[in-house]
Write a protein that binds this ligand. Structure first.
Ligand SMILES: [Zn+2]
Length: 187
């Protein structure tokens, strides 16, 4: 713990009080303005986000063109990074893939990383879930919309195998029962 006076004496930019800020952050304060470091981070993040949103709204065409150009210039890097991310942080990878999917299907999306819980085994078929190497295989974990009429929304998703997900499709449980019953008549 270093007081503000000590911090000044040691030419440090931050000091600590040991007490929570009005927002409950127990962290360092800036010598210059007494501000809580965490509050300041949040404020700056919000400011930058708002600013870049505003800039994007005004410069949509330019922004899209430059984003695309950057993507094409760095396509190898992007792919390599995606591969590493898929391996090291599958949930984060799946979250953004799902977000893209929701956008292209024009359906609701409000998931966060906490909603992507990847079990060891597919809860439907019991097969071991494995991240594919870029290609989707039967045992790849996929984000299923429990009720396929609803979007990728909190409480409406489960991570199941690609096989289970594609078999499930948009059929209802009653329809699946009928399919199973029909298949069994041929046994
Ligand atoms: Zn704070």
């Amino acid at each position: 713990m270093i007081s503000r006076q000590q911090a000044i004496a040691r030419k440090r930019k931050r000091y600590s009080t040991g007490k929570p800020c009005p927002h409950g952050h127990v962290c360092e304060r800036f010598v210059s303005n007494y501000a809580c470091v965490e509050c300041m981070n949040i404020k700056m993040k919000k400011f930058h986000a708002a600013y870049s949103r505003m800039w994007f709204q005004k410069n949509k065409k330019k922004a899209r063109a430059s984003r695309k150009a950057w993507y094409l210039r760095n396509i190898d890097k992007v792919r390599k990074f995606a591969k590493i991310r898929r391996k090291n942080n599958p949930a984060s990878y799946m979250l953004s893939a799902t977000k893209h999917r929701a956008k292209s299907l024009n359906i609701k999306f409000n998931l966060t990383i906490d909603d992507i819980v990847i079990p060891k085994f597919c809860p439907v078929l019991g097969i071991k879930l494995r991240m594919g190497k870029g290609n989707t295989v039967n045992s790849s974990p996929t984000v299923d919309r429990i009720n396929s009429k609803k979007g990728y929304t909190k409480g409406n998703v489960a991570v199941i195998s690609h096989l289970a997900n594609s078999l499930k499709g948009f059929a209802t449980a009653a329809q699946h029962r009928r399919i199973a019953a029909w298949m069994e008549t041929f046994k």
